[in-house]
Design a protein around this ligand. Structure first.
Ligand code: TYM
Length: 332
């Protein structure tokens, strides 16, 4: 029986962080043995924020290196740059004819960008979810491992797939967002406001490239208070966040010990943060070291990306031929 198809991507807009790891990459690594996986660097998507060419190139290498440092095996999956697959922009163009201005303008991530970069509200931002749809459908992807923030985009991909099928006949399966734990993950920032991010909240985001001291400093600065005064009281958001991070990198017993100290009002947040900082250092250090070594090795990264692109184009060329035929663009 053929394996189910998995597709997911990461934008090349900066160093990867714990949110990317727990929302996406941890799933990728687990999925590579069970599924037919296509993982890519979404370099076209990152053009929506106008990066400098030099930064873009280094960021793409870095994302590939970090994926491998986290455990992806380029022999098991197709690991490639989005821009190496010309069939993706072709499918994007076709899908754009089925996507309506009104629905695209309502997407919360688009509205956010209109607010945060009013000087650069380009058409690529508006059609961002259409390009994502093309990324997924080009391989007829079904499971899409992503964090909570991408949930709505994947739902749109589902709608666009239905729309294409409705108009041109059954072509694409309907993709859905995936996480092994059943619930999609949102890794909070350390200051309790919003989520960890590649480009915002830099001091409250833990990057896979952070050195040990930076990790310790960031964790120790995480917001806390004087502690609970009543047994079993409700946890404020920012304390819940620290517990959530502890849960991600520490032993189960450690989390339970601090949870019972919280419940009986004996918790010392300073100790808890020290524990979190050490567990975080132990988690991030080996990934950082592997990624830094690999990032220097451009020939090796280029070999990996070429191999990935070959695998991805094999699948993409079949899909695009089928889509052209369904639409009626097959004259010879
Ligand atoms: P990007 O590059 O912003 O993020 C990459 C992956 O990391 C997840 N993520 C998080 N998960 C949990 N908590 C957080 N704080 C957090 N921050 C980021 C994201 O959900 C994502 O899974 N548009 C996508 C890239 C993309 C894509 C695709 C994804 C392009 N085409 C097709 C899937 C399928 C993006 O900007 O992700």
């Amino acid at each position: 029986m053929s394996k189910e198809i998995v597709v997911s991507g990461i934008r090349s807009t900066g160093y990867l962080h714990l949110g990317n790891y727990f929302g996406a990459m941890r799933n990728y690594v687990k999925m590579q043995d069970e599924y037919n996986c296509y993982f890519f660097v979404a370099d076209y998507h990152s053009l929506t924020t106008h990066p400098e060419p030099e930064h873009l190139r280094e960021n793409v290498y870095r994302v590939v290196a970090e994926n491998i440092a986290c455990g992806l095996d380029p022999d098991k999956v197709a690991l490639y740059a989005q821009s190496d697959i010309p069939e993706i922009p072709e499918l994007y163009l076709m899908l754009n004819m089925l996507a309506y201005k009104g629905e695209l303008e309502k997407v919360p991530t688009f509205k956010d960008k209109v607010r945060t970069q009013p000087q650069n509200v380009n058409a690529g931002l508006l059609t961002y979810p259409v390009l994502m749809t093309a990324d997924i459908l080009i391989h007829k992807g079904i499971k899409v491992p992503v964090g909570k923030d991408q949930e709505q985009h994947v739902e749109m991909a589902r709608n666009f797939a239905q729309r294409f099928n409705g108009r041109y006949g059954e072509t694409f399966p309907e993709p859905y967002p995936f996480n092994y734990s059943n619930e999609l993950v949102k890794v909070p920032s350390l200051d309790g406001t919003g989520k960890m991010s590649k480009s915002e909240n830099v001091n409250a985001t833990l990057y896979l490239a952070d050195d040990d001291d930076t990790i310790r400093k960031k964790v120790m600065k995480a917001k806390t208070d004087a502690g609970p005064t009543e047994h079993d009281s409700e946890m404020p958001d920012y304390i819940q966040n620290i517990f959530q991070l502890l849960h991600l990198v520490s032993k189960h017993e450690t989390v339970e010990t601090y949870r019972s100290m919280y419940n009986n009002c004996t918790i010392r947040y300073g100790d808890m943060k020290k524990q979190l900082a050490e567990d975080m250092v132990n988690f991030i250090q080996p990934i950082r070291e592997r990624a830094t070594d690999l990032q220097q090795d451009h020939p090796q990264l280029q070999r990996i990306m070429k191999l990935g692109a070959e695998k991805a184009r094999e699948s993409a060329s079949k899909t695009i031929a089928e889509a052209r035929k369904k639409i009626g663009i097959n004259y010879y």
